[in-house]
Design a protein around this ligand. Sequence first.
Ligand SMILES: [Zn+2]
Length: 125
Amino acid sequence: MCNALDPIVRTWIALLDSAEVLLRTAPGRDPGAFDRVGIAIDLLLKHEHTMTDAQRELARRTVWVRDNPESIPDDRSTWGRCTCPTCRLARRLTQAHQKYPALRASAVAIVLPQPTPTTQGELFP
Ligand SMILES: [Zn+2]
C-alpha cells in the first residue's frame, strides 16, 4: 500500500483487508469467528462514516487498482457513498419520500413518553 495515501484512507483499506481475511479464514462452525468478522465489519463501517466522499472514493479506487486487472469502471457514482447502516437507511428514506411524497405528508411524529418525575431526588439531596 502506498504510504503517500491519506492516513484515513490507509486505515479504511487496512480495516477492509482485516475483515476480508477474518471472513476468509473463519472456521465454518465457530460462532466466535463470525462474531469477530462482525466486529471487524462494524469497525470498518464506523470508520467509513467518518470519511469524506472524496476519501471513500479514493479508498475504493485504490483497492480496485490493487485487486483488479481490469480498468476502473466508468460508473463510480456510488464509490463516495458511506455504506454504514445509518447512511443506507437515510438514503432509502429519502428515496421513499421522493417516490411516495404522501408518506411524508401522512407521517405522524412519534412522541416518546417522558420519565415521570419522582421524589427520589428530594429524599437524597
Ligand atoms: Zn455513514
